[in-house]
Design a protein around this ligand. Structure first.
Ligand code: AMP
Length: 118
């Protein structure tokens, strides 16, 4: 069982922000911004590649609520899901990083060669 499934079933603790029948939001153990919350579907989905669009419908308002609860909705925030190896996904259970509480840096490649993706 993956670590986020263990959080869902109570085998591992979490610093809970919000929960309903379908989703759970808790603070990231190693925050990368002053506010860093993870939002997950309770039902295991490996990544964004496998998620049912219907799940995303509920996820949208849930994330908006989380931003409101932690007080970053008006100041701004970033919503990210890492997918697979190149995306840097470490936990193979779909999760959205909700980051805020400060002006967030926006990294980029100086030498990005995009021609093969055009
Ligand atoms: P990712 O690299 O996108 O898969 O992100 C995984 C995130 O999960 C990282 O930011 C970790 O800090 C976070 N994380 C791992 N284990 C836990 C945990 N038990 N509780 C809260 N956050 C966790």
């Amino acid at each position: 069982m993956c670590i986020f499934c263990k959080i869902v079933n109570g085998a591992l603790p979490s610093n809970l922000v919000k929960e309903n029948d379908e989703f759970m939001a808790f603070h990231d153990l190693n925050p990368k911004a002053p506010a860093h919350i993870l939002v997950i579907p309770k039902q295991h989905v490996d990544s964004f590649n496998e998620v049912n669009p219907q799940t995303m419908v509920g996820m949208t308002s849930f994330i908006q609520d989380v931003a409101e609860i932690v007080g970053i909705k008006e100041s701004g925030y970033r919503v990210i899901t890492n997918v697979g190896d190149n995306g840097g996904q470490e936990v193979k259970h779909l999760h959205w990083h909700v980051l805020g509480g400060a002006k967030l840096p926006w990294g980029h490649f100086d030498d990005a060669e995009s021609s093969k993706f055009l």
